[in-house]
Design a protein around this ligand. Structure first.
Ligand code: FE2
Length: 187
């Protein structure tokens, strides 16, 4: 028997050109200090934090119950920049319910979606305006901004998916993306 409760429909205004959700209910902010352990150059990250701990990325959401049958959606906005040459990125996560997928429709900016499996496969899918990246079940994922403006995506995923950041904190991603002399290097 379904446990989903009846709720009222609602609409949301999203400026697709700017990548801005009007009137979000939740606003998640991650500054550089939230990224400890994720970049290769820990000293460069420490210097960035000491220099003012700038904004790294934001997530804007509406209130949708985090339960099976619902569709969570958000706008993800990742600032441009680098840490010792390594392009700014999100923490990355598996879904707590690993058998759940996600779509990312890129609205602005340029970069990659890095995807990895628990057995070590790792791929980089290009992200740019008007490109959708499908994240299948079982793949951890993180956004990487290789451009000079914010990388903004609209995301949608099952309500019961959840986020598991801890496994990525211990595993990391096998591929890193650097910007060197204006060129992108994948290491
Ligand atoms: Fe996700």
């Amino acid at each position: 028997m379904s446990t989903v409760k009846l709720m009222p429909p609602f609409g949301v205004d999203i400026d697709l050109a700017e990548g801005v959700m009007a009137d979000p209910d939740r606003h998640l902010v991650r500054k550089a200090s939230a990224m400890l352990g994720h970049y290769q150059d820990a000293d460069a990250l420490a210097r960035l934090i000491a220099a003012g701990d700038p904004l790294h990325y934001e997530v804007f959401e509406k209130n949708v119950p985090e339960e099976r049958g619902q569709v969570m959606f958000c706008i993800s906005k990742l600032e441009p920049g680098d840490v010792g040459g390594e392009c700014f990125m999100t923490k990355g996560h598996y879904h707590t319910v690993r058998e759940t997928a996600e779509v990312y429709l890129c609205l602005r900016g340029r970069g990659f979606m890095a995807l990895k499996t628990a057995d070590g496969q790792c791929l980089l899918e290009p992200m740019e305006r008007n490109r959708l990246v499908y994240v299948p079940p079982l793949w951890a994922h993180r956004s990487i901004n290789t451009g000079s403006e914010p990388l903004i995506s609209f995301c949608a995923y099952p309500g019961d998916a959840g986020h598991n950041y801890g496994d990525i904190e211990s595993e990391g991603f096998p591929k890193r993306v650097f910007t060197r002399n204006g060129k992108i290097a994948v290491v």
